[in-house]
Design a protein around this ligand. Sequence first.
Ligand code: SAM
Length: 229
Amino acid sequence: MLPGAVPSPNIWHHPATYEVENRAADPDGRLWSAMADAVSWAQRDVLDLGCGTGFHLPRFAETARSVIGVEPHPDLVALARRRTRRLEHVSVEQGVAQSIPLPDASVDVLHVRWAYFFGPGSEPGLAEIARVMRRGGTALIIDNDATRSTFGGWFRRSYPSVDPVAVERFWSLHGWTRTPVEMGWRFGSRADLEAVVRIELTSPVAEAALATHEGFEVDYAVNLWSKRF
Ligand SMILES: C[S@@+](CC[C@H](N)C(=O)[O-])C[C@H]1O[C@@H](n2cnc3c(N)ncnc32)[C@H](O)[C@@H]1O
């Protein structure tokens, strides 16, 4: 594993369940719509930093000029390469946010979803973002909004050391703009929801959540942070 990689037990240890989670996320396209309102990636060069198994790469590739996924975990790099092997304008490189394996001023649109940039502590990655972005480019960072929604409450109980107020202050102080999005989760079965809840939350919080929450859907709020360079 590359130095600087943030442990991500959900996708590192359960990539198949994480795939189920990605398919269940944003069922009404509200997050993609907010991203498209913030920036167009048509005919532009896109970087997906911390791309995991490359779930989002094909979607960008539909219209982008080029798409690069960067990911520290070698097994996930292999999965992302396999997912995109027929897409000639997509490539996947092993790397970390603190040392992005790309030249200066080479990215028009940056997408980072639930990876490394969790507020305080991500300054080295922010310096790298500033280096690789072209003038006029836009960066998008997506993370949980722990201040609201059913999932936000579960997340807060699971990870009480995360201070959502400090996280929001961090992004605002660094010049990022917040767009709140009711992303949502909608699963195809109760078994899928239960499997995903168990890889995302600590065991007592997951079991308590599942004992009180019915059905296959969860309201889940995220923050889309954006910055123009
Ligand atoms: C929760 S997963 C999200 C994956 C992907 N963005 C998605 O939405 O499917 C977090 C990812 O960030 C990667 N990661 C961990 N540390 C990183 C770092 N320092 N720089 C870039 N990516 C990192 C992990 O290996 C993992 O693939």
